[in-house]
Design a protein around this ligand. Structure first.
Ligand SMILES: Cc1ncc(COP(=O)(O)O)c(C=O)c1O
Length: 388
């Protein structure tokens, strides 16, 4: 017997069926190593700029594509980092990195288009591709754990877009200049667009070398660059980010953005202007905090039997393989039963199965408690395993 016809769209059902992102968060007694939300307060020069903007009357609709002053400042910053000119028309200000990614993907992906997603990676790219009616195609990493460039080359014909995330969530990995140049060659050969999400570009550890996709000239006419202020300035709740792309793609992303989200909060955009134009050591000072926390996390996990991970080059996550015969969802439940929130590796694509992700963007004492609980979970059999 079939029930009443569904009142929800096929797109929403497809996303519901596939999405791996949790829809709720564990309670306050749980050590919060599951959330990528920096614990720091947003720097005062940014909150001051917000208050000043509100007081000066910036309480009305902003321009749909973004505050002209902010777009200009972002274009100038992009031009200096890319060493080629970006115009303000190529920049669309969005309510965070997620809408930047959504607007960009919906701007370029048609139903049936294949989107290549090296994984494990941030789950939104696949969800957003499905929203557009496209087909996410996860590329597993090579044996060395890095992007498999030969596989990319084989899958590239006929694909629309490849999505890069670096420093990576969840692995903390970065691409080498050589890898980015090879990706550029493959993309040019097969007419692929390249989306590079660099949300953690200010959180790169001292031993590592970060090369932004902006620096790869051969990507210039196909690069869709997505950015957010969420992580760099501890502004996750402010909702401010942007997408920068070649003019035709930026215009299309602007239309999607205007239709879905509309203009971003005027005063928050002025605060963002202060964030990107005020010289400040704040991000570098926070990097020192993350370096310390990274060491705390690595030291707590490195000697556990059967546990392995690559030390992160950037971002604030450790993505670890566990020894238990459990799915990563079950393992996240097992950790939760020991009082610590972690994210299931499968959320980040099929290559994440068998892993969990911890975030070390909480204050040191909370981190230490959470890691102690995780150590117990990782060295204790789970009830599921004991059940015959
Ligand atoms: C790689 C990556 N991109 C984008 C985002 C989304 O950022 P926002 O909070 O600005 O939407 C996140 C958030 O965790 C992320 O990890």
């Amino acid at each position: 017997m079939t029930g009443a016809p569904s009142r929800t769209s096929r797109v929403s059902q497809t996303i519901k069926q596939h999405t791996q992102r949790p829809s709720s968060r564990p309670g306050p007694t749980v050590s919060p190593l599951h959330v990528g939300d920096p614990d720091f307060a947003t720097p005062e020069f940014i909150t001051d700029a917000l208050c000043a903007a509100v007081r000066s009357g910036l309480t009305h609709y902003a321009q749909p594509q973004g505050d002209p002053l902010l777009r200009e400042a972002l274009a100038a910053d992009l031009s200096s980092r890319a060493r080629r000119p970006y115009s303000d028309r190529q920049v669309i200000v969005t309510a965070g990195g997620s809408p930047a990614i959504n607007s960009a993907i919906l701007a370029v992906v048609d139903p049936g288009d294949r989107v290549l997603i090296p994984n494990p990676t941030y789950s939104l790219y696949a969800d957003s591709t499905r929203l557009a009616g496209g087909v996410p195609e996860y590329l597993p990493p090579g044996r060395d754990g890095r992007i498999d460039l030969e596989l990319l080359e084989r899958r590239a014909p006929g694909a629309r877009l490849v999505v890069l995330c670096q420093p990576g969530n969840p692995t903390g990995g970065v691409y080498t200049r050589g890898e980015l140049e090879q990706i550029a060659r493959t993309s040019a050969e097969h007419g692929l667009l390249v989306l590079s999400d660099e949300a953690y570009d200010h959180i790169v550890y001292h031993h590592a070398t970060f090369v932004s996709a902006l620096e790869i000239d051969a990507l210039a006419d196909r690069l869709i660059y997505c950015q957010t202020l969420s992580k760099t300035f501890a502004m996750t709740g402010w909702r401010i980010g942007y997408v920068a792309a070649p003019p035709d793609v930026a215009a299309a992303a602007g239309l999607i953005h205007r239709t879905y989200n509309g203009a971003v909060n005027s005063a928050v955009q002025r605060a963002a202007l202060a964030a990107v134009t005020t010289p400040s050591t704040w991000p570098a000072d926070r990097l020192a905090d993350y370096e310390r926390r990274r060491k705390i996390a690595v030291d707590a996990l490195v000697d556990l039997p059967g546990v392995s991970f690559e030390e992160p080059d950037g971002a604030f996550y450790v993505f670890l393989r566990y020894p238990h015969a459990l799915s990563s969802r079950q393992m996240a439940g097992h950790a939760l039963a020991h009082g610590v929130g972690v994210r299931s590796g499968s959320e980040f694509g099929p290559a994440g199965e068998g892993f969990v992700r911890i975030a070390f963007c909480v204050e040191d004492a909370q981190l230490t408690t959470g890691l102690a609980r995780l150590r117990t979970a990782l060295t204790t059999d789970s009830p599921q395993e004991l059940t015959p």
